[in-house]
Write a protein that binds this ligand. Structure first.
Ligand code: GDP
Ligand code: MG
Length: 692
């Protein structure tokens, strides 16, 4: 092979050290450009392999799998899987992170199965050693049937051996496939080989699974036909392949990697992990952390909340006196300002909650939580990756549902999406806070804030309901696929305060501006609905009470009842009376279907109509009397029933839309809306009937 130029491609996961190795191999002989038509960077260079042979090297974008999920991955896939691509390599160098072998050889084994000429560069051996991992390179090479060279790309160790190995392996393909998809999908693969006129099981499998390969377009019809007749559903077939591939990889890693004592920060990580992912203490610590979070969110947040509350009472008082009396005054004070105050007051709690979530995420602890909960969640039809959406659901179901995209199993993902809105999101906090303060005394029990304990119970109720529903769905949703859990465990680190701060800022912003818009709009509509009535009903009421003692009080009460809002609330009163709710709560329930947090704004608007004294909603509700008994209206029975309704009902338009978008079907949000409504109604009914 004298002076002949052949092509080498460097492939591997992001951050496996491809570019570092590329630099070590090419030195300064590099060219940087873009792939045609896209903004993915393309790096090529010349390598002098020996005195008489040179090669052109291409540094491919980071890739986890040949089944591409991003533009970067697609670029790599196009080059590696298409013989007619101008960059198709004569030999591929897969760069793997030796300290994370399991994840990094996934791609390698796929490339082996394509029967490509491939050499494994086992990089980051220094880190593996610090982690106490000893890789048996010879055994690995024998098991994989390809050459393996241990290197340290950063220090330039092993580069010469690597070059020699590349020269010696030119023109050789792997000894045997790693995973034979021909056996996994008998019949279909052979037929696909015939259609595509190749003898390459894995390439045919990829083509069957709708991956873009050469010859794929002209054969698409025949391949689709084959999928139908052989009962192959691409996503599921691919999931099955992944599961089988990982179980072979696990076996291989067990045989070739020995775990010794880690050193330095890796030892600290290992020691911490011994405790934090311990099958018993791990859970205890997790529960303790959750408990502390909710205590803090509830008690610390009350200080800024009281401040905001007081401030809004002052502003409303000021504006109500500054503006001339009349409709505009009423709109500004009881419509706009009341709604605005109702939103701002919950910012402290949302900020606290996200501070904790972002902090735990950034330290690396969240990954451990996923790990220890995996087995548990698997029993109920979820998996370890569901814990992040579920926990984020404690803040807001919308981003939580969007984060389910990392769950590769279709069924586990659908179940996670369906149950996530049962987790107590921050929009329920205002409702819970308001009602708990009304019905639960602010006392300490054994040093714990009693209101905090009730709050925590409601978070638990949401979580338990989510688990039970998931369990139910596990046995009702049919699916043939298998799932596999892939989770990386980063080293622990001191969190970056900027990252944490940014997350808090981002979430508060979304709450204020996305949810806030709806809340203000609904507040104004509600103010309108409660300030006007059909026909001349208001005049009639005023006439009727003229000259009576207590006229103003009676006029206001009657007006509210006669208003559009009153009419609507009354319409549903018969249905919600058994739950302990009156028509005013009925109005709040209806408006809450736009967003739960509207509840407080609605209550505050409805109860402030015509009341010339500016008071906080809290005071207003606590002064409320039941007309039948003369006692306080908000008894524990009413409060608990109301909180249960909010715990279960699907009262969030945004979530409904997101679920549709993520599942691509109206069927799922519909099912979700119905089952949650059912849970809400009957749990409230039972609670009220038992407690009252
Ligand atoms: P790429 O995403 O695959 O191109 O990875 P890079 O080449 O950019 O490397 C990612 C990081 O790993 C960089 O900070 C490198 O300095 C570092 N790195 C690369 N090879 C090694 C190695 O063998 N040992 C150690 N400790 N670090 C390495
Ligand atoms: Mg790179």
């Amino acid at each position: 092979m004298s002076n002949q130029l052949f092509k080498i491609a460097l492939a591997g996961n992001p951050n496996s050290g491809k570019t570092t190795l590329f630099n070590a191999l090419t030195g300064l002989k590099q060219k940087v450009g873009n792939y045609p038509g896209i903004t993915v960077e393309k790096k090529t260079g010349t390598i002098k392999l020996s005195n008489d042979s040179k090669a052109i090297a291409i540094d491919l974008p980071g890739t986890y799998s040949l089944f591409s999920k991003s533009i970067d991955e697609e670029v790599a896939q196009q080059i590696l899987c298409n013989k007619d691509n101008r960059d198709y390599p004569d030999i591929t160098l897969v760069v793997a992170d030796a300290s994370n072998l399991r994840r990094s050889i996934f791609l390698l084994t796929q490339i082996i199965d394509l029967k490509m000429n491939v050499v494994l560069a086992l990089n980051m051996v220094d880190i593996a050693t610090k982690k106490g991992l000893i890789v048996d390179v010879n055994l690995l090479s024998k098991k994989l049937g390809i050459p393996v060279v241990a290197i340290n790309a950063r220090k330039g160790k092993g580069i010469e051996v690597l070059k020699k190995t590349v020269i010696n392996s030119l023109g050789k393909s792997p000894d045997y496939p790693f995973l034979d998809v021909g056996k996994l999908f008998k019949g279909a693969i052979q037929k696909a080989n015939i259609i595509r006129n190749v003898e390459n099981n894995y390439a045919s499998f990829m083509a069957l699974c709708k991956q873009k390969l050469s010859g794929e377009i002209e054969n698409r019809c025949a391949l689709n036909q084959l999928c139908k007749s052989e009962d192959i559903i691409p996503e599921r077939a691919q999931a099955k392949e992944t599961v089988n591939r990982y179980s072979l990889i696990d076996k291989l890693v067990k045989e070739t990697v020995k775990q010794g004592e880690p050193i330095g920060k890796y030892m600290i990580t290992k020691r911490l992990d011994d405790l934090l992912i311990h099958p018993f203490y791990g859970y205890i610590i997790f529960l303790l952390i959750l408990f502390v979070i909710f205590q803090v969110v509830f008690s610390w947040a009350t200080y800024p909340m009281d401040l905001i509350d007081g401030l809004f009472v002052d502003i409303q008082m000021f504006v109500s006196q500054a503006l001339p009396k009349g409709l505009l005054n009423d709109l500004v004070v009881n419509g706009i300002l009341a709604g605005l105050g109702g939103i701002l007051i919950f910012v402290p709690q949302i900020a606290f909650l996200f501070a904790f979530i972002a902090f735990l995420e950034d330290t690396g602890y969240m990954a451990r939580v996923s790990f220890i909960t995996d087995k548990l969640l698997r029993n109920v039809g979820l998996n370890g990756r569901s814990i992040i959406p579920l926990l984020s659901g404690a803040a807001c179901a919308v981003p939580a549902i969007m984060s389910t995209r990392t769950i590769s199993s279709w069924k586990e993902r659908i179940i996670t999406i369906l149950v996530t809105p049962l987790m107590s999101c921050s929009a329920r906090l205002p409702v819970y806070t308001l009602i708990i303060a009304l019905i639960i005394p602010a006392e300490d029990y054994f040093g714990f804030n009693l209101q905090g304990i009730v709050m925590m119970s409601f978070y638990m109720i949401g979580f338990v309901a989510a688990i039970l529903v998931a369990l139910l769905l596990k046995y009702t949703i049919k699916s043939k696929e298998h799932s596999y859990y892939i989770m990386e465990m980063p080293s622990y680190k001191i969190p970056d305060w900027k990252t944490v701060g940014y997350t808090i800022f981002e979430k508060v912003k979304v709450f204020l501006f996305d949810a806030g818009k709806i809340i203000i709009a609904v507040s104004i509509v509600l103010w309108f609905m409660s300030s006007f009535s059909p026909g001349d009903n208001f005049e009639k009421i005023e006439k009727k009470w003229k000259g009576h003692e207590n006229a103003e009080f009676n006029i206001n009460a009657d007006k509210l009842e006669a208003s559009y809002a009153g009419i609507l609330g009354k319409m549903i009163e018969p249905a919600i009376k058994p739950l302990g709710f009156d028509w005013k709560i009925g109005i709040s329930l209806i408006t809450s279907f736009a967003a739960r947090e509207v509840f407080v704004g609605t209550m505050s608007t409805i109860y402030s109509v015509g009341d010339s004294n500016v008071k906080s909603i809290q005071t207003r509700l606590s002064e409320l009397k039941n007309p039948d008994t003369g006692e306080a209206f908000f008894t524990p029975a009413v409060g608990i029933s109301l909180m249960l309704f909010y715990a279960f009902a699907m009262q969030c338009m945004t979530t409904i839309v997101i679920v549709y978008r993520e599942t691509n079907h109206w069927k799922w949000p519909f099912i979700q809306f119905v089952y949650m409504g059912f849970l809400a109604y009957f749990s409230s009914l039972i609670a009220y009937q038992l407690l009252s």
